[in-house]
Design a protein around this ligand. Structure first.
Ligand SMILES: [Zn+2]
Length: 188
């Protein structure tokens, strides 16, 4: 998968997508912001080393607006919802473990975008226990003990099923533990 900054195209095998903007990073890495629909943009980061895309869903400008989560309403009904800012004021804190944020093979990006365009919105507040998890395209990783303990964080207590608040201010933990966990796991 390649990015063509001149035409703002992301090009894969048999498909291409128009991005709102593309930034070239070190080496062959790049990141792009894709306008999916009203109230939903994807920040996609390509690392040549990883051969996968890091995808994050945002309501607007990444890092400056609310994250967007996919809420599992039950019976296969999945919907989009913005992630409220945590009371501590750290956006990464409220988003961790809730925002749609995952690794994805580049070839699956057009399918994910198509799916996200179709989903209805919900006023349900996304929380760790209602967001879509598992292997689905729009799902984030399970809160398995492996991910979290390997990140060396205190976010998840294995065996208790209890998830603690994620703020660095609350716990002195990493700012966005979910990201850290995923990256470590990928590198292992
Ligand atoms: Zn917080």
């Amino acid at each position: 998968m390649t990015a063509v900054p001149g035409t703002r195209q992301l090009v894969g095998e048999g498909w291409s997508l128009r991005a709102e903007r593309i930034e070239m990073l070190q080496g062959n890495d790049w990141r792009a912001v894709i306008g999916v629909r009203r109230g939903l943009k994807l920040l996609v980061t390509w690392s040549d080393q990883g051969q996968e895309l890091d995808v994050e869903a945002w309501a607007g400008e990444p890092e400056e607006t609310e994250g967007v989560a996919v809420v599992d309403m039950g019976d296969g009904d999945i919907r989009l919802a913005p992630v409220p800012l945590c009371s501590c004021g750290e956006r990464g804190c409220g988003n961790a473990g809730i925002q749609l944020s995952k690794w994805l093979p580049g070839e699956e990006l057009p399918v994910l975008i198509e799916l996200l365009r179709e989903l209805p919105w919900t006023k349900t507040i996304p929380i760790p226990s209602n967001v879509l998890r598992g292997n689905g395209l729009a799902a984030i990783e399970d809160l398995d003990a492996d991910t979290f303990t390997s990140a060396g964080s205190y976010l998840y207590a294995p065996g208790t099923g209890e998830i603690f608040p994620l703020s660095p201010r609350h716990l002195g933990g990493p700012l966005v533990a979910g990201h850290r966990g995923r990256r470590l796991r990928r590198l292992r």
